[in-house]
Design a protein around this ligand. Structure first.
Ligand SMILES: *Cc1c(COP(=O)(O)O)cnc(C)c1O
Length: 244
């Protein structure tokens, strides 16, 4: 840490309040209710103790990109008020151990992972919700499902879900703007995700209310384009991390 514990705690509380307020103001400016945007505090940069300070400050949605870290924080922290979010790439062999945390899984980008989550959630009798990650920037190296594969994947999920009355619930879409994209370019990509969602809802009749998009550098643009979940890390730990 770049400062002592008491200073770090109050910085985190100040950062949280500033982010929450900025998110609410941005939503209102866009004619949206402040409650329609949830802030997922991305805690991958800090250990369980510092993560807990963010919870104390009022952030109850926590995102981790590595399932092992999510699992270990789930085991360490008081989970009664925490909603976990697995925001990064997830391998199928990590699914079984991750599910006790009942996370919202943001980055489903293959039929195999989707099926693994569905089957394991049935086996463990846990309700698991997920989002499909879309490659909106269409860069070769980017993660996420190519746009044209979304409809077949949703139809496949509907067939799986129809055969059981529980299992994986797909609730929406997720995207990351390409690296080094400026805010105007990011806004275009977020708009593309929202249009894709609207198109898919009418094509399949599947309801996709959640849009997970926007990070520390581009969340205002994401909120303007309809984000319901923004994933914010760096901004919350400003002044606390050596690099922040
Ligand atoms: C790290 C991460 C974030 C948070 O990014 P910041 O720029 O630190 O706010 C959001 N989404 C994903 C998938 C991440 O891995």
């Amino acid at each position: 840490m770049a400062c002592d514990e008491a200073t770090a705690k109050s910085l985190i509380a100040d950062n949280w309040n500033a982010v929450r307020q900025s998110v609410s103001e941005t939503a209102e400016r866009c004619g949206r209710s402040p409650d329609s945007v949830r802030v997922v505090g991305v805690t991958k940069y800090v250990d369980a103790e510092i993560t807990d300070w963010l919870v104390e400050a009022g952030c109850h949605d926590l995102g981790e990109n590595r399932p092992q870290l999510l699992e270990s924080k789930f085991q360490t922290l008081d989970n009664s008020t925490i909603r976990w979010h697995q925001i990064g790439n997830l391998q199928r062999n990590k699914v079984r151990r991750l599910l006790p945390a009942e996370p919202l899984v943001h980055a489903i980008a293959s039929e195999r992972l989707l099926a693994a989550l569905h089957n394991e959630s049935l086996l463990q009798s846990r309700s698991i919700a997920g989002l499909i990650e879309i490659n909106v920037s269409e860069e070769e190296a980017k993660t996420g499902l190519p746009i044209e594969q979304l409809e077949p994947l949703l139809v496949h999920w509907r067939d799986l879900a129809a055969a059981s009355d529980s299992g994986l619930q797909i609730q929406g879409l997720m995207a990351m703007a390409g690296w080094g994209t400026d805010e105007a370019a990011a806004a275009k990509q977020f708009g593309k995700l929202r249009e894709l969602r609207d198109r898919m809802e009418s094509a399949t009749g599947i309801s996709l209310p959640e849009l997970s998009m926007g990070m520390s550098g581009d969340y205002p643009a994401a909120i303007a384009e309809g984000a319901t979940l923004v994933r914010i890390g760096t901004r919350l730990f400003q002044g606390v991390l050596p690099t922040g």
